[in-house]
Design a protein around this ligand. Structure first.
Ligand SMILES: [Zn+2]
Length: 404
């Protein structure tokens, strides 16, 4: 009490102007003290573009936010879109400063030349920027439709990987229709469809033999008909260009019908004219053809049991007289040979035939074609070896055949 009354008395003792100055200083001191206790401090209001976007303690806080904003921009030159702020000093409470992150967002949102958009990434590469992904999706589905052929069961797949990356982009980076179309045209679209083709299958020609018809007979008894086979192929295209073709299935729709030709095998016995009959009653045993000659006579210094008549292969051999075939077989020395019994102890033998046309037990007429000339058995060339046996003994055939 004593202290306060002494201060009061001192104050009253002051001259009037001094007393006022003292009071003002005291009030200012009290104010500063008040501010200090209330958390009030100095700072700057920041004006960016047309808006007040926050309050910062120092200008470097804004610079940091601006740097962060620049980092959000994918365009390297986007930082040039950002403009300079205006500052206004203010007294403010320390807990009222704008957080840097909020400031960054405000910078981006209040920059006229920047917009929130989506980059279109095709296989990781930026090909366009659109306000929203749906804008490109329309082009994308048009690209898919473009390569559809309408084939049943066709699959259409987008091979390119399309992604969207949302962010802040310069307005100038937004793609126009032409750019979007160009980007869509570059998309890789795969179509897979199946194709079926029918092809003709050629018929086969087969032959059937019949003993009911003679050699030389030939008649188509079943007409040939081509078949049809169906092939299913899987065709893969990328942007309409064929890149693969795979056969999935091959089936016979209609089997071909073989053409069947009936061929006769029956050999008609041939009888040579009677004018060729020798005085003995034997006829000449070989068809008269060019290059026919006696190549070896009976005896011949080596005990040759017959006569060799050389003639081209398959020259007809005739029975010299009517009789019964007693042997028609093959031996190592005679090859294919025939023995005909003519009765009265007379037999004739025909050797080295290429082919026998009669069989044992069969009766033959004089001049009947019984075999064809060949070189089977021990024979140096094509010839008929003919023997004449009288009561089991080989005799010289020459007189029987009209040879001197
Ligand atoms: Zn001989």
């Amino acid at each position: 009490m004593v202290v306060w009354s002494r201060i009061w008395n001192t104050f009253r003792a002051m001259a009037k102007p001094v007393r006022w100055i003292f009071a003002a200083a005291l009030a200012a001191f009290a104010l500063c003290l008040g501010c200090l206790f209330a958390g009030v401090t100095t700072g700057y209001r920041v004006r960016y573009g047309d808006a007040w976007i926050g309050t910062v303690r120092s200008k470097t806080v804004f610079d940091d936010a601006k740097a962060s904003a620049a980092k959000c921009l994918t365009e390297s030159d986007a930082a040039t879109c950002l403009c300079e702020p205006a500052y206004e000093p203010v007294l403010t409470r320390a807990n009222a400063f704008t957080p840097t992150a909020a400031l960054t967002t405000s910078i981006l949102e209040n920059t006229d030349d920047i917009t929130l958009a989506s980059a279109v990434l095709v296989d990781g590469e930026r090909v366009a920027v659109v306000p929203e992904s749906a804008r490109f999706s329309a082009y994308e589905s048009a690209a898919l439709d473009r390569y559809k052929t309408g084939a049943a069961g066709e699959t259409v797949t987008l091979l390119s990987k399309v992604e969207f990356s949302a962010g802040y982009y310069p307005v100038s980076a937004l793609s126009d229709d032409a750019s979007l179309q160009k980007a869509a045209d570059a998309l890789r679209v795969q179509t897979v469809r199946t194709e079926t083709t029918e092809t003709e299958v050629a018929f086969q020609k087969v032959t059937q033999t019949t003993a009911a018809q003679t050699v030389g007979y030939s008649k188509v008894i079943t007409a040939g008909k081509n078949g049809v086979s169906r092939t299913t192929v899987q065709v893969t295209c990328v942007n309409g260009k064929e890149t693969g073709r795979k056969t999935v299935q091959t089936e016979v729709v209609q089997a071909p019908v073989d053409q069947v030709t009936l061929v006769g095998t029956k050999v008609v016995p041939k009888v040579v004219p009677a004018t060729q009959v020798a005085a003995s009653g034997f006829i000449w045993p070989v068809q008269r053809v060019a290059r026919m000659q006696i190549s070896s006579y009976f005896g011949d210094g080596r005990g040759h049991k017959g006569i060799d008549i050389a003639a081209p292969a398959n020259t007809e051999i005739y029975a010299v007289k009517a009789g019964t075939v007693v042997t028609a077989t093959f031996s190592r020395s005679y090859g294919n040979y025939i023995v005909i019994d003519h009765g009265n102890g007379v037999q004739t033998l025909y050797a080295h035939a290429n082919r026998l046309l009669v069989s044992a037990g069969q009766t033959v007429q004089a001049g009947q074609n019984i075999a064809l000339v060949g070189r089977t058995g021990y024979a140096d060339g094509n010839h008929l070896h003919i023997e004449v046996h009288i009561n089991g003994t080989a005799v010289n055939p020459a007189p029987y055949l009209g040879l001197s």
